[in-house]
Design a protein around this ligand. Structure first.
Ligand SMILES: [Cu+2]
Length: 408
């Protein structure tokens, strides 16, 4: 997984972003200097983000600001091997992102409608990871808005986060399938680890991941079952499908067979179905709170126990992804929660900081998925400590659902 530092961003000023532009010797960038309004096309302001390997990894915006309204960010990774994703953030909320970026690939873009205010573009892996982006003009949801408006706005933002995450999952699964089809075990193991975090960030929405026409209890139509089921809990009527069945082949048998290829093809199909389903899902504020709590329960029951990644032992990759997903769900409730109970909001944020900080110590740039393997020794030594930190977060977080459900 990627380097994430969303809770402690290194903020840089728009002025510094301009300096970075100059330092890049952007001869063609006369009209693109920071502060000059970006050109509009298709009704949206156009902002280019260019990633290069220059100066230890650079993330350069063509414009440091835009007017309120739709903004399209087009990202080109020219030569930056260490930067694989960018995120547009407002405080700790991810409003838009592109993952799986690699040098030389065609440009990719996303469009968001932005109200006036201060934003940042987060480029994990760049020398300067955070670049300021300012939007001038009318503010969308204002701090003066009612709690109900702020919470409703948050649920839409979170729905977009889930949708974007599933989009990125599609690309990651395509890569895993390509490696499996090619019979390339080492690449398949690597792409497996890179594909895992996407599902783990959003797996709390499992009640919603049911195919049309199926009962939620029928595993044959339950995408959570079909994508993420572990060996310990199989439904004999439906059999074993999805990522963990592939994990067994890649990490236990260490062999790619026809069965592995069939599993990969099924997985690609099911993730495609999830990609169609995700944009149709709607959330209530308490869904976000319960979802965040559910992800932390997943950490306790599936990751700290070492059960989720029984063959690959990349449980810490999933752990970090569950925490990120929970943190995003909470971040989208934060503007409303700050009005309902600022002290509790601060308490939850502080505990997220503690957990995120702790996870930093397990990062390993050479490890599969960017984290140390969760070996039997590491589990024996650290499980109690990890569990305690999650508990300290679960306690205040568990009080959020009732607060938002009864607000306004
Ligand atoms: Cu899972």
């Amino acid at each position: 997984m990627q380097r994430r530092n969303t809770l402690r961003p290194h903020a840089v000023s728009a002025g510094l972003a301009a300096l970075v532009l100059l330092a890049q010797g952007a001869g063609t960038a006369q009209a693109e200097a920071a502060g000059v309004a970006p050109a509009a096309a298709n009704g949206a302001a156009q902002v280019a983000i260019t990633l290069t390997g220059d100066n230890g990894g650079a993330c350069v915006l063509s414009h440091a600001e835009a007017k309120a309204g739709p903004v399209t960010f087009t990202i080109t990774n020219k030569t930056a091997t260490a930067i694989t994703e960018i995120e547009l953030m407002s405080d700790t909320r991810i409003l838009g992102e592109k993952e799986n970026l690699a040098p030389g690939l065609p440009p990719v873009s996303f469009t968001v409608t932005l109200g006036g205010g201060d934003y940042k573009v987060y480029c994990p892996g760049a020398k300067v990871e955070t670049v300021a982006f300012k939007v001038t003009g009318a503010v969308a949801a204002q701090p003066t808005s009612s709690v109900g408006v702020l919470l409703a706005d948050g649920t839409k933002g979170y729905a977009n986060y889930v949708d974007t995450t599933v989009d990125a999952m599609v690309t990651a699964i395509d890569r895993l399938k390509a490696a499996i089809d090619a019979g390339d075990l080492a690449t398949a193991q690597k792409t497996y680890a890179l594909a895992r975090p996407f599902y783990e960030r959003v797996e709390s929405d499992v009640e919603g991941f049911v195919l049309p026409g199926f009962d939620a209890t029928d595993n044959a139509g339950n995408l959570d079952y079909l994508i993420d089921m572990r060996e310990s809990n199989l439904d004999p009527a439906v059999g074993w499908h999805g990522l963990h069945a592939i994990e067994r082949d890649l990490f236990e048998a260490k062999a790619i067979t026809d069965n592995t290829r069939t599993l990969a093809a099924e997985l690609q199909k099911n993730v495609g179905l999830l990609d169609k389903l995700a944009p149709t899902l709607e959330y209530k504020p308490e869904d976000l709170a319960n979802g965040a709590a559910g992800l932390l329960e997943e950490v306790q029951s599936g990751k700290i126990s070492g059960e989720e990644e029984a063959f690959s032992h990349i449980d810490l990759v999933d752990f970090a992804a569950n925490v990120e997903g929970a943190q995003q769900a909470f971040a989208f409730l934060t503007p409303g929660m700050e009005k309902i109970d600022p002290a509790l909001t601060k308490q939850v944020q502080d505990q997220f900081d503690v957990v995120t900080e702790m996870l930093e110590s397990y990062r390993d740039p050479n490890g599969l998925g960017g984290y140390r393997l969760y070996s039997a020794e590491l589990k024996a030594a650290d499980a109690a400590k990890l569990s305690k930190a999650i508990q300290a977060l679960q306690e205040p977080l568990s009080r959020i659902a009732e607060k938002v459900a009864t607000a306004g």
